[in-house]
Design a protein around this ligand. Structure first.
Ligand code: GLY
Ligand code: MN
Ligand code: MN
Length: 431
């Protein structure tokens, strides 16, 4: 049942040779008084285990090939209050570890596990509290040095190995990402249907949430952005409390998390369901830029190519709209376009919405490979300014989809959320 996780553990152990790797899940976070934020496991930990309880540590021993989970014990009294916990015996069965032990044995067993291993891998410097615990276990091995115990002499950052592994999604991850995309698109459709002048941004935030949770996606991949009118020109707007005005555009950037995997979709549409001429002009430019970028996503293409294609289309559009003067190459060269388009084309997506993986490898742009997933999200944000045609003031438009690189191009797996002018208007008319 949990074969993909066991397979990932095997692959990581192949990378660490006869070393030992240690990973802890995320700490719990207090929200206020005795309330906690909903617990979210560490993404690397989740990738290797599928185990989403708090307070857990994974030990992988490359010498024996054995995986050990340390987790909370069963506790019938506490479980009456807080609900089910696996406990080591059930966790071993359900998640396919070689063994599982009580978390209370960690301090006793770890020095033993580290003794005689040449290289220790852990997410170095990512969590000060866990770093201190690792130092403590290492100290214990060193203290026993004279009685023949050998402490590891080399250290590696296991997070860097995992970052690279996670760039190419395996089949089970692709299935989860597609589902995150499907549910996220359903949220956008529900919000489009519910939008009307006089309503509030947060009412559409509620529509998104309703669609997500109804589908079993209880967490957001990130805070929803529901930005009408001028708010759409604030890139990370999250107040979501303005009234929707007739004649304004609305930008919604929202995605759910499905079994740990993120969806990330942006749609922009008129509050009243009908694009004005100016809104349509800007919209068609952003859409053409997005389609040009998507067409550039294929195996072997450099990470920069979709962004370059989108930027050319956007720059031409800025000239056509009278936002800038000069030539396409000129406004790209000078960076003049940044007044209206100030972010990148997108990011990898997976267990984290802004997923791991370097964009450059050995100083060169990473090449797309089948199994990579990324967002494509160009935009234009036109704030009032001298020289900017007034008809375009406060139009902020972004169109964002999530794509999976295939053998000959890419699959846009968030395409269910409509994005042509005709399709959006038809949906908003109730068709
Ligand atoms: N919603 C965050 C992003 O689009 O990157
Ligand atoms: Mn987004
Ligand atoms: Mn994004």
């Amino acid at each position: 049942m949990h074969q993909p996780h066991a397979e990932r553990r095997r692959r990581l152990m192949a990378d660490i040779g006869d070393g030992v790797a240690l990973l802890a899940t995320a700490p719990e976070a207090v929200r206020n008084a005795d309330n906690h934020y909903p617990f979210r496991a560490d993404s690397h930990f989740l990738y290797l285990t599928g185990f989403s309880e708090p307070e857990a540590v994974l030990l992988l021993d490359g010498r024996s090939g054995k995986s050990t989970l340390f987790c909370r014990d069963k506790n019938p009294d506490l479980e009456i209050w807080e609900g089910f916990r696996y406990g080591p015996a059930a966790a071993v069965e359900a998640f396919g570890f070689d063994e599982a032990r009580s978390l209370s044995e960690l301090d006793e067993r770890l020095p033993e596990a580290l003794s005689g291993c040449h290289q220790l891998w852990w997410p170095l410097g990512r969590d000060a509290a866990f770093d201190r615990r690792v130092h403590g276990w290492l100290d214990q091995v060193r203290q026993r040095f004279r009685s023949g115990e050998q402490p590891p002499a080399r250290f590696g950052d296991v997070a860097a190995l995992l970052d690279e592994m996670r760039v190419i999604k395996d089949a089970s991850e692709v299935a989860l990402l597609r589902e995150a995309g499907r549910i996220s698109a359903e949220g956008h459709i529900q919000a489009m249907r519910a939008a009307r002048p006089g309503g509030f941004e947060y009412q559409l935030e509620a529509e998104l949430l309703h669609a997500f949770v109804r589908n079993g996606a209880r967490q957001l991949a990130y805070e929803s952005i529901v930005a009408s009118g001028a708010n759409a020109c604030t890139l990370h707007y999250s107040a979501n409390n303005a009234r929707l005005a007739d004649g304004e555009m609305l930008l919604i950037d929202a995605g759910c998390e499905w079994q740990g995997y993120a969806g990330d979709i942006t749609r922009s549409f008129p509050v009243n369901g009908k694009f004005s001429a100016a809104q349509r002009d800007v919209y068609e430019i952003v859409l053409a830029a997005q389609l040009a970028a998507i067409a550039a996503v294929r195996p072997g293409a450099g990470w920069n190519e979709p962004g370059d294609a989108a930027l050319k289309a956007l720059a031409q559009g800025m000239l056509d709209l009278g936002l800038l003067t000069g030539s396409v190459d000129g406004v790209i060269e000078s960076g003049g376009y940044r007044q209206f388009y100030m972010h990148g084309i997108g990011h990898m997506i997976g267990l984290d919405v802004h997923d791991v993986g370097q964009r450059k490898v050995d100083g060169q742009w990473r090449r797309y490979q089948p199994g990579m997933c990324a967002t494509i999200e160009p935009g234009l944000y036109i704030r009032p300014a001298a020289g900017v045609p007034e008809a375009l003031w406060n139009i902020g438009i972004r169109i964002e989809d999530d794509v999976l690189v295939t053998h000959n191009g890419c699959e846009v797996y968030t395409a269910a959320a409509p994005k042509t002018v005709d399709d959006i208007e038809a949906l908003m008319r109730g068709e």
